[in-house]
Design a protein around this ligand. Structure first.
Ligand SMILES: Cc1cc2nc3c(=O)[nH]c(=O)nc-3n(C[C@H](O)[C@H](O)[C@H](O)COP(=O)(O)O)c2cc1C
Length: 195
């Protein structure tokens, strides 16, 4: 069976740098025979977590919006490419809002002692990569985002195989001038095609 790649392009700029890199990763995966799907979070509507604890009794979020659909796809994927820019020294709000909605899986795992990923034992090990761009070259500019992504991937039982972060990339399209970036992303995605 083909490995299923899902890329989440989290930037509100659908033609932005991180979206270009997400597309590059998927193109490489598709060439290597994997199935791929790209979602732009900008096309979806979802609310932030309300901390209502409504997920505690069931392990399911009580909010009815597009986050449910996105999470169905995340749970089904074998490979996750999370591509999100730095906004104010952290991961962009579009990504963070979605990530916080994973509280339902925290409830399932730690309160209800349930399996988070359906049938995980009979599936390929889940792996993924985090891709980011920041406009500046400030020290530590990606640190906050990487901490968030580590916690998110762990919650969803995805091994974080690589973090590919490009500093000094600001205007949409700047990533095309960043030496080696496209190749590095493609090569990393190809490595994820090995089950
Ligand atoms: C609201 C906002 C906040 C930003 N904050 C930072 C920042 O703290 N540090 C930084 O290096 N770049 C910052 N940037 C620049 C973006 O990270 C940069 O333009 C990046 O290439 C955007 O990726 P995208 O094209 O995929 O949207 C910010 C941009 C926006 C719109």
């Amino acid at each position: 069976m083909k490995l299923r790649f899902l890329a989440l392009a989290c930037s509100p700029r659908k033609n932005g740098n991180t979206a270009v890199l997400a597309g590059q990763a998927l193109a490489a995966a598709e060439s290597a025979g994997c199935s791929t799907e790209l979602l732009h979070l900008a096309d979806y509507r979802y609310a932030p977590c309300r901390a209502c604890d409504g997920c505690f009794p069931t392990g399911r979020c009580v909010l009815q919006d597009d986050a449910g659909l996105i999470y169905e796809k995340i749970l089904a994927a074998d490979r996750l490419i999370l591509a999100a820019p730095v906004f104010f020294m952290g991961i962009c709000a579009q990504a963070k809002m979605l990530i916080d909605r994973a509280q339902q899986f925290w409830a399932a795992k730690y309160i209800l002692k349930k399996e988070v990923i359906p049938g995980i034992k009979n599936r390929p090990a889940r792996r993924g990569i985090f891709i980011s761009c920041g406009g500046t070259t400030m020290p530590g500019v990606f640190d906050g985002s990487v901490q968030v992504v580590k916690a998110f991937f762990k919650m969803l039982e995805i091994e974080l195989s690589a973090t590919l972060c490009y500093a000094g990339v600001d205007k949409a399209g700047d990533i095309l001038q960043k030496a080696g970036a496209l190749e590095e992303v493609a090569e990393t995605a190809r490595k994820l095609c090995i089950p």
